[in-house]
Write a protein that binds this ligand. Sequence first.
Ligand SMILES: [Fe+2]
Ligand SMILES: [Fe+2]
Length: 437
Amino acid sequence: MTPARSRRLRLTESAQNRSPQWIAESHFWIGVCSMAREDRFEFLMSPETSGEDPESQPNPAVPRRSFLKGMGVAGVALSAGSLLPAALNAQADSGAITKGDAAILRFLAAAEILETDLWLQYQELGGVQDDEVSKLASRFIPGYPAEPTGGNSLYMQDLLPLDSDMSQYIHDNTEDELTHEVWINNYLVAHGAAPANLDAFRTLPSSKATGAHQIGRLTNLMQLTVDTSWWTRYRSRTKNPDLGDTFKPAIPTLAVNQHPAIPRTDNDANFPDFFQAIVNTAGFHFATIEQGGTSLYPSLAQRVTSPTVLRILLSIGGTEIMHFQTWQDKAGNAPQKDVVDPVTGVRVTFPNLNSTSPPPGLVLEDLQTNLIMPEPTFFLQKRFGPVSIIRPTATKGAAMGAVKALTADGLFIGQSQGFFDYVRELAEDADAARREC
Ligand SMILES: [Fe+2]
Ligand SMILES: [Fe+2]
């Protein structure tokens, strides 16, 4: 047994000893079983009822035996396979995916679980308050209330300058992430591989402001350090992070210190200009998160083996690009503010990004808010000339790079060592994956 596998087993066993988490994980899959008889059936991959894409069958060239060997007997025994509904078990018998493909999908499932967690916090405050998202979340997240919170009226009001449809977009982005995590985990289990599960780490506190559920969270949106260098990165015509280039942030004050993207308490509403700055921070954070997914999927896709897994990464990754493009456009509408956090004393400044006097080292086109289409830039080798592309897409260390970026974001402030160990292990396994011929 490798040291990494040994650590995973210890983690799983410790979760088992802390029975609430283990029970939660078991209930997740038992819940999936029970859904087969209810209106939740749309989330099951049942060939009898939902139809099956003939091109989606696992690669017959990869024998299941080699996958089992790669996983290790204990790994398979600890997977959720034994708790599968019949529909998924039937698929599990139809073939397998490689160990590397499973590792990449499992890391992506974990990333999607984290995305869902943060987006639900935004949804509770600022999203459209129908019960579509909350009902769905309650089916897959232990203890998540099925009823919407009613939102935070001031948060919603301050979203309007960014776009009158912000609440709908937040709602839909949240739903998208939830389906990403559930679907990828379903696919993993159906192909005999263990899913990602972070339920043991839902321990961070919620915002105390009106509109937030009081439940344990995986991510912290109240102490963010937001990297907005994607703004100038996508506007550069000569630089590419994969060629070693670096980029200045659009909002320099967000790149240092800690900033809330949701109100901590209702007291924050007593400072209207600062409250708008909180919402502005969220507006830029939306795009920061989604540009990460925009790069992560194509970066990892280069190392998958199965054409179907490649199709999964391209298809889900494309929606991350759609999210990023939307949020990039909306962030440019954030009202100018220069305010100090009444709690921490930290200053945050949202400048005029269309100023004809840009900061030193930048030109107007580096910040201009309507330049949301990616400018052509150099790719692979400069001698090929410029081309409009997603950037970065280098595959080496892409999973760990994503973990480091999210950690630097402040999203995991307050999380346990066990959380970091688990996520790092998933990232290491994903980065060790290689495309097999
Ligand atoms: Fe996603
Ligand atoms: Fe996303």
